[in-house]
Design a binder for this molecule. Structure first.
Ligand SMILES: NC(=O)C1=CN([C@@H]2O[C@H](COP(=O)(O)OP(=O)(O)OC[C@H]3O[C@@H](n4cnc5c(N)ncnc54)[C@H](OP(=O)(O)O)[C@@H]3O)[C@@H](O)[C@H]2O)C=CC1
Ligand SMILES: CC(=O)N[C@@H](CCC(=O)OP(=O)(O)O)C(=O)O
Length: 341
């Protein structure tokens, strides 16, 4: 199959490109960029990707003619416009940005502070949280956000099984700087990030409505979550530490059963009682590792999930969506090993 990729020059785009090159069902990857009028060698922009490939000028008709599907891995707000001809033609798209994730236009405007896509297009979008939905038959897949993935996977077994006080969810999530993309900002400047910890977007993070929407699908009694994000002096990785109160009478065994039942057949999720994961065990892989424990004294449950934001949080999950969409092996192209030591 020939696939198109828009956004190879971004952090997650270059990771996605490498995954696609090694994917057993991909014959060729055609690269498209928005800033070139003529073909430009990839190596001239990203010298570390010595692939002899060219980035072609962006042209929606050309993309649809020469590929069977396209990945959009571009800055937030761009696909609201760019995706329209593809949506009109029902051409298969996997979009890694947040533009089409929220079903409510008002929510998108409020949280992303941008004009939302048209209602008719939003209706065509499928939210591709691969561990709980299938993208088979979908033509427009909206890949979940990185923090949203880590948080939802941590809380899912408890919410689905109605084991918690739904007003008690507190999430303390932390990310390495690659989550912010390649553009430099005050907070990602080396001397500001290095040997420092910075909270940001407290109570304003754009993934809050995405997480609440999904949790509400499982239990409409989830009214909100308390969610904070912290920038870590690391390149890759997200750790979401979640705290929530168990309903009266819920035991350690109930909690364990919920995690075992939910995740026993999920290739890329490892959930273990009482063993809390580190970031390094998942960096470079598509895994989400989760540790959980009910404290019998406080009756609080702590759940910690870790992912590589560029893989399970972006390009890896996009490949899972691709595999579901075209009915390839669920783990095709994702045989990755952690970066150790
Ligand atoms: N980084 C992460 O961990 C995650 C990112 N995401 C989402 O994935 C998307 C890409 O993120 P990331 O890799 O961090 O982004 P980067 O900021 O690193 O890269 C952005 C990419 O978008 C391209 N781009 C910018 N404007 C346009 C435009 N108008 N038309 C076409 N292409 C454009 C850039 O091209 P050029 O270089 O030519 O300017 C570049 O290739 C974002 O929407 C982000 O929110 C989702 C989950 C995790
Ligand atoms: C460290 C950092 O800044 N992370 C980004 C992650 C969000 C992202 O990647 O964008 P989407 O909303 O499209 O998923 C943030 O917190 O906004």
């Amino acid at each position: 199959m020939n696939v198109g990729l828009v956004g190879v020059t971004g952090y997650s785009g270059s990771v996605l490109y490498e995954l696609l090159l090694r994917h057993p069902n991909v014959d060729s990857v055609n690269l498209y960029g928005h800033s070139q009028k003529v073909a430009q060698s990839l190596e001239s922009v990203l010298p570390q990707l010595r692939r002899g490939a060219n980035i072609l000028p962006y042209d929606s008709a050309d993309i649809m003619k020469n590929n069977q599907m396209v990945f959009f891995d571009v800055s937030a707000g761009v696909t609201t416009e760019l995706a329209k001809p593809f949506l009109d033609a029902n051409f298969p798209v996997i979009d890694l940005a947040g533009d089409y994730r929220l079903k409510s236009r008002d929510a998108y405007k409020k949280w992303y502070k941008k004009e939302a896509p048209d209602e008719k297009y939003l209706k065509q979008s499928h939210y591709g949280l691969v561990d709980f939905t299938s993208s088979k038959g979908a033509t427009y897949v909206s890949n979940p956000g990185c923090y949203a993935t880590a948080t939802i996977l941590a809380l899912a077994p408890l919410v689905i099984n109605h084991l918690i006080d739904t007003t008690s969810i507190v999430v303390d999530a932390k990310s390495g700087t690659s989550g912010a993309g390649k553009s430099l900002s005050e907070s990602t400047h080396f001397s500001q990030t290095n040997e420092n910890l910075q909270l940001y977007k407290v109570n304003h993070h754009q993934h809050i409505p995405e997480i609440v929407d999904q949790l509400k699908d499982w239990d409409e009694d989830v009214p909100y979550i308390q969610f904070t994000t912290t920038l870590l002096p690391l390149t890759r990785g997200i750790m979401a530490s979640c705290y929530t109160k168990a309903k009266s009478g819920i035991t350690e065994e109930d909690v364990k059963n919920a995690f075992v039942q939910t995740y026993s057949d999920h290739t890329f999720i490892n959930a273990t009682e009482g063993v809390f994961p580190t970031l390094k065990q998942v960096i470079g892989t598509n895994f989400c590792d989760i540790g959980y424990q009910l404290n019998p004294v406080t009756h609080q449950i702590v759940i910690v999930s870790v992912i590589d934001n560029l893989l399970k949080g972006a390009a890896g999950q996009a490949i899972q969506n691709f595999n579901q969409m075209f009915e390839f092996k669920p783990d095709a192209g994702l045989d990755l090993i952690p970066v150790l030591p």
